[in-house]
Ligand binder design. Structure first.
Ligand SMILES: *[C@@H]1O[C@H](CO)[C@@H](O)[C@H](O)[C@H]1NC(C)=O
Ligand SMILES: *[C@@H]1O[C@H](CO)[C@@H](O)[C@H](O)[C@H]1NC(C)=O
Ligand SMILES: *[C@@H]1O[C@H](CO)[C@@H](O)[C@H](O)[C@H]1NC(C)=O
Ligand SMILES: *[C@@H]1O[C@H](CO)[C@@H](O)[C@H](O)[C@H]1NC(C)=O
Ligand SMILES: *[C@@H]1O[C@H](CO)[C@@H](O)[C@H](O)[C@H]1NC(C)=O
Ligand SMILES: *[C@@H]1O[C@H](CO)[C@@H](O)[C@H](O)[C@H]1NC(C)=O
Ligand SMILES: *[C@@H]1O[C@H](CO)[C@@H](O)[C@H](O)[C@H]1NC(C)=O
Length: 388
């Protein structure tokens, strides 16, 4: 009776006492064989040694054993790997006289104790199973998420942000980089800064900046050199008249420190501000107010660039000539720039001196006003090859 062969089976318990020890019950089918699932073939002396060998390989789920009656009387044992349930394997078995099929009884795994697609292996630990967790999960039953970002076991690019998710993580390239998060390329390699400019990627923003000695927006940079920036805070070679320039240059942004809403927009530490009275860092913030008047004439310099540019502020309107900067060549005032609207912050102005290249020149700053806003701010006088 074929049918009775299917229901008639016995169970045997085998324990492999070793590191990572595993014990399991095997369902035995006589004269049956499971074909095409063998991973390893060995030659043990008995069915018990065959099944013991199976226990030593965590992937092993069943065996085919056939006793040999030859001279050395070693058996033939196939270690199988498959994912069949007990019911399924019965359907797949083929008749094979003399062969014994033995399959680990997956009792403990039947309740699906392993979460998150963990693989259950019966026969391990005192619980009767163990879970092999997929990447991203850990714990006895694979129930705990691994924080790959925190553990630093992620594959995110060094220029990407890692974000842990349940069972996995995601990577997002930082600002200034683009890509899939695993491969982030520096946008600096793709944008074209101007000649004599350098791209800097701060991870927060991307900027083209002109190299030292060059000025401009980073896309258009021109070589400039500074003629007067007052950083040596030494006016000994300048000719002063009146009182307006006696306490110059001025140290630090006094308008922003002392008069809310105003700032000087000076470069470096020192600038000319005829309202201010702070001729050294140790000097307290003081004012000389609008009243003092005077002028300040520079030592001579050669005009090399085609443009002169500078920062100018103070004053209250452009038509008011009492506050101004002048370019003097051969004792003649050839160019004039008045101060602007009623504001402290200096803005950039420039003079086209193409027709004066090679000439000897002087800069004169004038404060002939004691009216409201009757003071001049000035800084950062440069010669440039191009206008920027
Ligand atoms: C388990 O695997 C299946 C198929 O790959 C997938 O659809 C499912 O989302 C996974 N479940 C978990 C909790 O990872
Ligand atoms: C991180 O991932 C979680 C879950 O997917 C999501 O809700 C969150 O917005 C992500 N945070 C960032 C900064 O991407
Ligand atoms: C990263 O991107 C570069 C350029 O597109 C490509 O050559 C490389 O194979 C990528 N690497 C990975 C890990 O995706
Ligand atoms: C500025 O750029 C030009 C063109 O690339 C180059 O020939 C020159 O050497 C650069 N100047 C400096 C000072 O880097
Ligand atoms: C650079 O500046 C010059 C002069 O102002 C202008 O003609 C040119 O279009 C600018 N180039 C770029 C790339 O901004
Ligand atoms: C003043 O002029 C003299 C002579 O040209 C020069 O040696 C000295 O360095 C100048 N001083 C300053 C502070 O520029
Ligand atoms: C310009 O400012 C000066 C000084 O504050 C003032 O006397 C003059 O009237 C102003 N002119 C115009 C046109 O606003």
């Amino acid at each position: 009776m074929i049918w009775s062969l299917f229901v008639c089976y016995f169970v045997t318990t085998i324990v492999a006492i070793e590191e990572n020890s595993r014990s399991a019950n095997f369902i035995i089918r006589q004269n049956k064989r499971l074909a095409s699932q063998a991973v390893l073939k060995i030659h043990p002396s008995s069915l018990v040694s065959c099944n013991l060998a199976c226990l030593r390989h965590s992937w092993c789920t069943s065996t085919n054993f056939k006793e040999s009656f030859g001279e050395n009387s070693k058996g033939s044992c196939e270690l199988n790997k498959h994912e069949l349930s007990t019911k399924q394997h019965d359907a797949k078995l083929t008749d094979q006289p003399g062969n014994t099929f033995a399959m680990i009884l997956e009792v403990a795994c039947r309740s699906y104790p392993c979460k998150n697609n963990g693989t259950c292996q019966s026969g391990f630990t005192e619980k009767g199973y163990r879970c092999l967790c997929p990447a991203g999960w850990m714990g006895t039953n694979c129930e705990d998420d691994i924080d790959e970002c925190d553990e630093n076991i992620h594959q995110c690019n060094k220029n990407a942000a890692c974000n842990n998710t349940k069972g996995s993580y995601s990577c997002t390239c930082n600002t200034g980089f683009h890509g899939d998060g695993y491969n982030c390329t520096d946008k600096c390699q793709e944008i074209r800064c101007g000649t004599n400019a350098t791209c800097t990627n701060t991870k927060v923003s991307l900027r083209c900046t002109c190299n030292t000695g060059f000025y401009g927006d980073g896309y258009n940079c021109t070589e400039c050199y500074t003629i007067f920036d007052f950083e040596d805070h030494d006016l000994s070679n300048w000719t002063l008249t009146g009182f307006a320039f006696n306490n110059q240059p001025t140290y630090g942004d006094i308008p922003s420190a002392q008069r809310g809403g105003h700032f000087s927009n000076h470069k470096g530490d020192w600038w000319i501000g005829t309202f201010e009275n702070r001729p050294s860092p140790s000097h307290p913030f003081r004012y000389q107010y609008d009243n003092p008047q005077g002028s300040m004439t520079s030592p001579g310099f050669s005009i090399t660039g085609k443009f002169l540019r500078f920062l100018i502020g103070g004053g209250c309107n452009l038509s008011f000539q009492d506050l101004r900067a002048e370019l003097i060549i051969e004792r003649q005032v050839v160019l004039v720039q008045t101060a602007k609207r009623c504001a402290e912050d200096m803005t950039e102005k420039s003079w086209d001196v193409t027709s004066y290249v090679g000439k000897h020149a002087q800069l004169r700053l004038i404060d002939y006003s004691s009216a409201a806003w009757g003071h001049l701010n000035f800084d950062h006088f440069q010669a440039c090859h191009k206008l920027i």
